[in-house]
Design a protein around this ligand. Structure first.
Ligand SMILES: [Zn+2]
Length: 67
């Protein structure tokens, strides 16, 4: 599920957490937690674009969900 931030950036919503796109490659996208800086959160997600699969790389959020 995707949403758009108030700055017009694409946000990936996963299990109540929000991620923004860090890097984009031809076959993969790297998403990092939106609270990366405010909460020093290291959670990240790798998206396989060829298979449209989401891989959780780190789900240890340093904060609770936004909702
Ligand atoms: Zn987080």
């Amino acid at each position: 599920m995707y949403t758009v931030s108030n700055k017009g950036k694409l946000i990936l919503v996963l299990n109540g957490y929000e991620f923004y796109k860090e890097k984009e490659r031809k076959d993969k996208c790297f998403w990092v937690c939106r609270r990366r800086f405010t909460h020093k959160c290291k959670a990240r997600v790798l998206q396989n674009r060829t298979e449209n699969k989401i891989e959780l790389r780190n789900t240890n959020h340093s904060h609770s969900t936004l909702r």
